[in-house]
Design a protein around this ligand. Sequence first.
Ligand code: ATP
Length: 293
Amino acid sequence: MKAVVEKAYAKVNLGLDVLGRRDDGYHEVKMIMQTVDLYDTLEISTGFNEGGITIETSDEAVPDDPTNLAYRAAELVRNEYDLVTGLHIKIDKRIPVAAGMAGGSSDAAAVLRGINSLLGLGASDNKLKDLGKKLGADVPFCISGGCMLSEGIGEILTPVRGLSGVKVLLAKPAIGVSTKWVYDNLELAGVTHPDIDAQIKALENGDAYDVCRNMGNVLESVTIGRYPVIEDIKKVMTENGAEGAMMSGSGPTVFGIFKDGEKADMAYESMKESRLAKDIILTGTYNRPDNME
Ligand code: ATP
């Protein structure tokens, strides 16, 4: 038996714009993806189950069957490389589920990376991103993570200097939101588009205040319309000293950015007392070496 352990990091969006809907139904996006220091741990091992794929998860909200994105990622690599090796994938889930933090996509990316190194397939990051695209728009980003401008349907990725030296408070209310439902209900006419180019400039300047000023997410119009608790959570964050607070992805997780660590600690306590959120996590950003300057 051989085994490998991979970390699958969560992300938040420091900016999320939708430019339009393509004829094939996909949306053209322009987003800033930022990895945060919160991860699932996946152990992938060979020598099991006579050539099949099995999944074990620590969270009952996550399927342990072929609908799990991690399973689909393993199946994809096996087909691509004509592999017959049996694989067992054990997921220790810490990223909240259906939260707007790319938990499933990140697990899938970790499986692609893990099998590549476990079986010595020699696939480049670009090859893994191409494979990942077939599983979901956020998977290519999750192959490398860090901080990226993401365009097209999510597959055109350009590294951007990452946000650093801040605390990030994550708060998810006790609801799960389907990404498909949010996009299906998005009315682009009349929405306020965030200035993603200004956001890139703020990041490149290393100016956390400006980053917070330029945060914007067009999907808030849909998700907050249906779940006003998201606005209430944002308010708790800003009243407790967040420089900026916004919904991540299609929601419902809200993240707050704090320059001041003590204020972040106090905001964490206030969030608990408010009882608005089920999952509350205080962490930081996580950047790759080439994202640091
Ligand atoms: P994104 O930010 O990419 O839209 P998300 O964080 O909102 O993703 P996920 O946590 O990936 O959403 O979960 C969406 C649904 O996918 C869940 O309801 C779950 O049933 C299913 N799912 C399949 N595989 C996984 C996985 N490995 N981890 C979590 N959810 C999974």
